[in-house]
Design a protein around this ligand. Structure first.
Ligand code: CP
Length: 326
């Protein structure tokens, strides 16, 4: 167990070592138990987290804000449009100034090619931890909640379990690539054999793919890529199928939207789920395009763990905040 995480940023999934992630899991399960028993756990009394949003959110905002209150502190919701950022406040100003008001700065900025650079620039100027509530490259808190959920459902020894990270069709908008990136970086460290499935135009960032292969090699896990969704689902223990945009293939959003339309058959339905193991779990970070990306039957069915997954956002985030913002 690594106990000295005080003052640390969490921007990319590999910012924390495997042992540090194990510490986060340990604390998260303890905090979940404490909340279930109504035991007070005000580890961050009088501390305040700035929660700066450049993009909409249901779960991230709700879980960080509730989590800070349960830890005895406060989460201050700040919508970027309501600030002076568009009138000249740079990431340096945000880091320097919010770093003096707040005990942590959490940011969601998913604009492709911009978000991650923004978070790192704020972190460079900040004297307090910067926490990534999702950028264009990573969604580390989602993946900590996902790992917690997988441990709850499949046990602590995840070696040789097959996890499918699949692209899925969605018509609403070109979703960020941060969830698949973060999944392929973090999950092989815990022994899961990851199969990444996507149509050719939806490939992930080459540098993230290289890092994922390196993690899989280092931790003795499998990592394969396919463009066949059904072959990927076969005998899987975990199905994690969600949409993302074609940003690596083309920077043109109109072209990306046209490409998405070719793959409407990449839906997670009961027939495809039947290819996986009978006790396979279905995961999705939400929001999902119901009956486009995934059928109601799968989402609301016996294999779905999506609401436990959403709940675990709060426990995992409380663990990181308690460890970094003390
Ligand atoms: N999964 C997730 O990040 O949800 P929100 O976009 O609602 O925060």
């Amino acid at each position: 167990m690594q106990t000295d995480l005080r003052g640390r940023d969490l921007i990319g999934d590999l910012d924390f070592s495997k042992e540090e992630v194990e510490t986060v899991m340990d604390v998260a399960f303890d905090l979940k138990r404490k909340r279930a028993l109504g035991e007070p756990h005000a580890y961050l009394r009088d501390k305040v987290l700035a929660m700066l949003f450049f993009f909409s959110s249901t779960r991230t905002r709700g879980s960080f804000e509730a989590g800070m209150a349960q830890l005895g502190g406060h989460g201050a919701f700040i919508e970027s449009k309501s600030t002076q950022i568009s009138h000249g406040d740079t990431p340096k100003e945000i880091g320097e100034i919010f770093g003096r008001y707040f005990d942590g700065i959490a940011i969601r900025h998913v604009d492709w090619g911009i978000g991650n650079g923004y978070l790192n620039a704020v972190a460079q100027a900040s004297r307090v931890p910067v926490l990534n509530m999702q950028c264009d490259i990573y969604h580390p808190f989602q993946i900590l909640a996902d790992l917690m959920t997988i441990i709850e459902k499949k046990g602590r020894d995840l070696r040789r379990k097959k996890m499918v990270v699949s692209w899925a069709y969605a018509a609403s908008y070109q979703k960020p690539m941060s969830v698949p990136h973060s999944l392929i970086l973090q999950m092989p460290r815990f022994g899961l054999d990851v199969v990444l499935a996507h149509p050719p135009e939806f490939r992930l960032m080459p540098e993230i793919m290289d890092q994922a292969r390196e993690q899989a090699r280092k931790f003795g896990a499998g990592f394969e890529v396919t463009d066949d969704m059904e072959a990927a689902f076969r005998d899987a223990d975990i199905i994690y199928a969600k949409s993302w945009g074609a940003m690596v293939h083309t920077p043109d959003p109109d072209e990306g939207a046209k490409i998405i339309k070719k793959y409407a058959h990449w839906i997670t339905d009961e027939r495809k789920m039947a290819l996986a193991k009978p006790d396979a779990i279905y995961m999705h970070p939400l929001p999902a395009d119901r009956n486009i990306e995934v059928t109601d039957g799968v989402m609301d069915g016996p294999n779905s763990v999506v609401y436990d997954e959403a709940e675990n956002r709060m426990h995992a985030q409380k663990a990181v905040m308690a460890l970094t913002m003390r």
